[in-house]
Design a protein around this ligand. Structure first.
Ligand code: NAD
Length: 255
């Protein structure tokens, strides 16, 4: 059960990667708040399924099918959204990928492609939507980083660089847009047992070790454990909080 924030009713929330994993949980949670949710995701069918399932709430869900690494299409889509939909009040830059490499055995293209998804689309989305958020009187920007920025993992050097870049972006952007009543924060999740993580990376041994030995709290983290933090950062209940990164990892990382 999520708390209901009355000020989120009818707010327009844009979520990148809103069709699966953490983004899916956020889409459903903001729908429950009776917000208008716009999903940008290449998994269009799943987005439509979520929209259908959320018809039980008096919310509106718009689904846009695109590759977020294609900047031209992303810019055109955001222009279309600005033309057709109400101003976006809450931007959640969330889509990302976490490929593993032995040492630095990756090409320059692999490195750049990862930045294109994990960093560049965050910047483009903010750039394109800031003006309308300012005109609408303010808003909240939330970016998904990772607790790995503090932990560091030898096979995730590029990924960690992207997630640290996000924290840097949050700190400077918050300074720049505070005067327009726009708050900018990051959420740094721990190891979240999404469908993709379970399929791709999680082994029973690694999961057991994480929960029993590495986290302070012996709980399994699912997207649901993150939802409350995003709702709080989106709502007026956090109106004095900006420029922050909130680590939600059951006490694994030591900052
Ligand atoms: N799951 C974790 O353990 C974990 C931990 C820390 C941080 N994160 C971060 O959280 C964010 C969400 O991760 P997740 O685990 O929910 O991922 P996920 O793979 O479960 O979901 C990602 C969503 O983004 C979409 N997407 C990916 N690339 C896209 C592209 N190029 N164009 C359009 N859509 C695209 C996918 O279709 C999917 O719907 C990422 O930034 C990730 O780095 C995840």
């Amino acid at each position: 059960m999520n708390p209901i924030y009355p000020d989120l009713k009818n707010k327009h929330v844009l979520i990148t990667g809103g069709s699966n994993g953490i983004g899916e949980a956020l889409t459903r949670a903001f729908a429950e708040q009776t917000a208008e949710v716009t999903i940008l995701d290449r998994d269009y069918q799943k987005g439509l399924t979520i929209a259908k399932e959320c018809e039980k709430y008096p919310c509106k869900i718009n689904v846009y099918d695109l590759d977020l690494t294609d900047t031209k299409t992303l810019v055109e889509t955001l222009k279309q959204i600005k033309k057709d939909k109400p101003p976006v009040n809450i931007i959640i830059n969330n889509a990302g990928y976490d490929p593993r490499y032995e040492l630095l055995e990756m090409s320059e293209k692999d490195w750049n492609d990862l930045f294109q998804l994990n960093v560049v689309h965050y910047f483009i989305t903010c750039r394109e939507l800031l003006e309308s958020a300012i005109a609408a009187g303010g808003g909240s920007i939330i970016m998904t980083s990772s607790h790995l920025v503090w932990i560091g993992k030898p096979d995730l050097i590029a990924y960690n660089a992207t997630k640290a870049a996000i924290i840097g972006m949050v700190r400077s952007l918050a300074e720049a847009v505070g005067k327009h009543n726009i708050r900018v924060n990051a959420v740094a999740p721990g190891w979240i047992m999404t469908e993709r993580q379970l399929k791709q990376w999680v082994t029973p041994e690694a999961k057991q070790k994480t929960i029993a030995e590495l986290q302070c709290l012996a709980i399994e983290l699912t997207p649901q454990e993150l939802v409350g933090t995003y709702l709080f950062l989106a709502s007026d209940s956090s109106k004095a909080i900006t420029r922050q990164t909130i680590v939600v990892d059951a006490g694994y990382a030591h900052s």
